[in-house]
Ligand binder design. Structure first.
Ligand SMILES: Nc1nc2c(ncn2[C@@H]2O[C@H](COP(=O)(O)OP(=O)(O)OP(=O)(O)O)[C@@H](O)[C@H]2O)c(=O)[nH]1
Length: 340
């Protein structure tokens, strides 16, 4: 299972940042040499050298797979600063101010919609102020030119906003399709692996509950599949409410797996008992029929096992509960050892 594909936004942003850094690093260096040797704009050249060095540093770190949260925001802020200072210091005929048009795309690609909107608006205000300050320049004496530049910026901003908004929305929908069971809305097996391996950072107090509904086949046989489906949906909701502080997954036809952290083995076992009782006392209305059923529960504690081993262990307990007559909680947790 390709769990990494679930972090597509993070991977995409990392790639964009890496190649942007290489591109900006090279370009800024070439501009710096040019500004130093030909134009004699020493301050602008100095800024460009610093920016180029930062870009190369981040590029190398990303090639080595060392990613930090501050890279993207720092690149965006510094490139903005270089362009604003360059616009202010260099003559407008050099056209450095035109680079501002590329920035909304960069903001949205690297930082997403929230940062994109704030930074694009801030840049518009600041760059307009700098250009207005330089208004006597013949390049901005034409109102039409100023208006055209403004609209070009706004169009690039709007397109970046709509594009990133749709990309983020589709990425979220694809993630839901990949991770959620379409019938009950609970997580699926892939989702369970994802949470176990990626999302749950501290597993020192992690417990796994495997819940299997008792004699569920009879409900299908007596009342039909539709009723069976309704029961599964209602029980998935019941588990999510009863086990609000953990994760709920549907791992088989009528089998659910729940994962969560607990302060002690006692509280984990109390939760398992709550879940069993919640099912046993639930009356589900479906197609005019009232259904009441029971569930068997197996509970295990995480102790450095991999997920397959953890599930196999919980499965053993679950089948002990089934063998003991169902509607029961079984666990291999040693309460004395756990308390010690
Ligand atoms: N309605 C419905 N039934 C399903 C779904 N997936 C699996 N099932 C049914 O779940 C039933 C599972 O039956 P068994 O594995 O025999 O288990 P059981 O009847 O619950 O018996 P025990 O587990 O031994 O208590 C089968 O009848 C499957 O058809 C589903 O998505 N919807």
């Amino acid at each position: 299972m390709d769990i990494a594909a679930l972090n597509s936004t993070k991977i995409l942003r990392k790639h964009v940042l890496k190649w942007m850094c290489l591109f900006f690093g090279l370009l800024s260096f070439i501009f710096a040499v040019f500004n130093l040797s030909k134009n004699h704009f020493y301050i602008v050249a100095g800024l460009e050298v610093c920016f180029s060095a930062l870009c190369f540093y981040i590029f190398i770190q990303l090639v080595k797979n060392k990613q930090r949260n501050w890279y993207a925001i720092t690149v965006c802020m510094t490139v903005t600063l270089v362009i604003l200072c360059g616009t202010f210091l260099a003559p407008l005929k050099n056209g450095l101010f035109l680079w501002a048009f590329s920035l909304p795309i960069l903001y949205y690609l690297l930082l997403g919609r929230k940062y994109g909107i704030v930074l694009s608006a801030t840049l518009l205000v600041m760059q307009s102020s700098v250009l207005l300050y330089k208004l006597p320049s013949p390049y901005f004496s034409s109102f039409n030119l100023a208006l055209n530049l403004l609209f070009i910026y706004i169009i690039i901003w709007v397109i970046s906003h709509v594009f990133e908004g749709n990309r983020a929305e589709f990425s979220k929908r694809l993630k839901n399709l990949a991770l959620l069971d379409p019938l009950t809305g609970a997580g699926n097996r892939l989702s369970m692996s994802h949470y176990f391996e990626v999302e749950i950072k501290d597993k020192s107090q992690l417990y796994l509950f495997l819940i299997d509904l008792d004699h569920f086949k009879q409900i299908n046989d007596e009342y039909g599949h539709d009723v069976g489906d309704k029961v599964l949906v209602e029980l998935a909701t019941l588990f999510r409410i009863t086990f609000a502080k953990g994760y709920v997954f549907r791992v088989g036809g009528e089998e659910f797996s729940l994962m969560g952290n607990f302060d002690s083995a006692q509280s984990a076992l109390a939760m398992a008992e709550n879940l069993r009782q919640a099912v046993a006392t639930k009356y589900i209305e479906a197609n005019g029929i009232t259904i009441n059923l029971t569930a068997s529960v197996g509970v295990v504690k995480y102790q450095q096992q991999n997920l397959a081993e953890l599930i196999a262990q919980a499965d053993k307990q679950l089948y002990k509960a089934k063998d003991a007559g169902r509607n029961a909680v079984f666990s291999d947790i040693n309460l004395c050892a756990d308390a010690a």
